[in-house]
Design a protein around this ligand. Structure first.
Ligand SMILES: Cc1cc2nc3c(=O)[nH]c(=O)nc-3n(C[C@H](O)[C@H](O)[C@H](O)COP(=O)(O)O)c2cc1C
Length: 183
């Protein structure tokens, strides 16, 4: 199979990571791929905060836990209570994506995030886009500044990044077959 199509098909959301760090060369290559993603009117109104400091990742996870506790969403509140809770699945790197509030920027962020995940897979890394981590800023509003969001940008998602290891994952990975028509 074509290399690119193979990477697209093999990519999956990874929720169990080894502690092996992501090399800075690989991290740069992966995030640089994201900024080449198609985006509306080429505005590139996105920002990628790459976090590899374990103390900061721990602080962000704790902020998520606190934010989820106050979310009012029962299943998220339940998740936050788990003694094993780690918002980023103990990944050694997390890329926080923030965007300007504009008509197509959420689409652009999705485009860039998917590109990032595919680039990571091409280099042998696992990723998981997490939007439930949006509660992080409710848990610790000061993180907005610490994560260097540009002014008026808002959180869109956090992407975990690292080497996959075996572990539990109760998510179902299946695709609907009836969503494509050919005429
Ligand atoms: C916008 C978006 C938000 C997501 N948020 C979460 C999340 O908060 N937690 C999580 O474990 N996975 C999250 N995912 C991953 C999806 O669950 C996953 O992509 C989907 O189940 C398909 O599985 P696959 O990525 O392995 O193909 C998110 C994915 C997207 C695109």
């Amino acid at each position: 199979m074509n290399d690119v199509l193979n990477v697209i098909q093999k990519r999956k959301s990874v929720r169990n990571y080894s502690a092996d760090p992501v090399s800075s060369d690989d991290l740069k290559a992966i995030v640089n791929a994201a900024i080449w993603a198609p985006n509306a009117m080429n505005k590139q109104a996105w920002h990628f905060t790459c976090v590899t400091d374990p103390a900061l990742i721990g602080k962000m996870s704790e902020a998520c836990r606190k934010g989820l506790e106050g979310s009012g969403v029962p299943f998220l509140q339940e998740r936050a209570k788990s003694p094993d809770f780690h918002a980023f699945f103990h990944a050694p790197a997390v890329i926080v994506v923030s965007i300007a509030e504009d008509k197509f920027t959420a689409f652009d962020a999705g485009s860039a995030s998917a590109t990032l995940c595919l680039a990571a897979k091409a280099l042998g890394y696992g990723t998981c886009i997490t939007a439930s981590t949006e509660f992080m800023l409710a848990g610790d509003p000061a993180l907005r500044e610490e994560l260097e969001f540009p002014e008026n940008y808002k959180f869109i998602c956090a992407i975990t990044l690292g080497r996959e290891i075996d572990g539990p994952d109760d998510h179902v990975r299946e695709r609907k077959e009836d969503v494509i028509s050919y005429k």
